[in-house]
Design a binder for this molecule. Sequence first.
Ligand code: PLP
Length: 394
Amino acid sequence: MEKSVNRRKLLKSGLMSIGGMALAPHLVQGAFASQPFYLDTHNRLYYSPLSREYFLDDPKETKLFAKLNANENPYGPPKSAITAAQEAVAGGNRYAWREMYSLVSKIAKKENVDTKQIMMGPGSSDLLEKVALVSFMEGGNIVTADPTYMSMIRVAEKVGGTWKPIPTTKEWAHDLDAMEAAIDADTKLVYICNPNNPVGAMTPAKDLEAFCKRVSKKVPIFIDEAYMELAHGPDAKSMAHLVSEGYNVVVCRTFSKIMGMAGLRVGYMFGLQEFIDDIQKITRGGMGISLTSIMAADAAFGDDSFQMMTKTKNMECKEYVSAELKKMGYDPIPSYTSFMIFPIDMDGKEFLKKMNAQNVGVRAFNIMDQNWCRVSMGTMDEMKMFISAMKGIS
Ligand SMILES: Cc1ncc(COP(=O)(O)O)c(C=O)c1O
């Protein structure tokens, strides 16, 4: 039976800082007061209507719980980042403009753009939201794949934009021809999530590159590459070079996935300076990131061995999960990300209940009238728990 969580317990659980955003008291008592948080039957999961996700009560007390519902990196943060953040705390009385600029300079070098073409944010979600706010406050439409990651679309709709969803191809790639055909005089932005969440598929690089070169002459193209560093194979190609070649393309990245810093909240985007300047106007120059997170990001950015380790282990887990699921008769979509999705023959809520009862947290989606399970790649031990839970439900 679900029951409401009192405020004290909520504070203890850390849920007051969902998404790195400390929830101001007025939000808790005001706008969302009528939307309680829920506990599952085992009193271990909170459902947050704010982020529409489940959160663990206290991971320390529930060691045997595999939390595989938010595409987090189970190995992070890297030790280098933890040390850097710890050392930075003592300097927290000062604004971190210098440290931020130093990180931005490193990013500029890697992405082959000018520092003025980069905007930082507390997580890439913040950047998706700000781009949506600025781009759609006077209306217009956003063209995207369907299904895709919904953050930018939700904000675009809330501020008065219209969503033009274009079903993916049968291989789950962006249907680029149909997307191009959907662009009209009111289109303000094309959003491409590549690899795409929640399906995990990649859009062929050659087609996407040609699309970007052609279409960016009419309308800016925003490419969310949150999982790109985890992708493999010939199509795993970033479109970042198009920015330095002068196309009206914006590429967005996060430190939450391969760098294992989801809770530390750092992301960045880069594009033509005019585009970035327009978005920066509504902010205080990206200073929504704490000194500790900046220093952690700086360390993680240069920690190639941590990133390599994550990528290798993520691949191993995907191979294991895919093979085991197939043995059970499931049909997962080949994944270029840190999660995998496959159709299930059960109501999503029912499925989650059964998985939670076995201490495994995953996500359920309904895509085109079909129920799906999306499972994030945790450690190999967690993936074994997941597979054994799957065996337990059928
Ligand atoms: C495709 C995609 N973009 C952006 C984000 C937001 O990540 P963050 O705000 O942690 O940088 C996510 C998070 O899961 C994602 O899947």
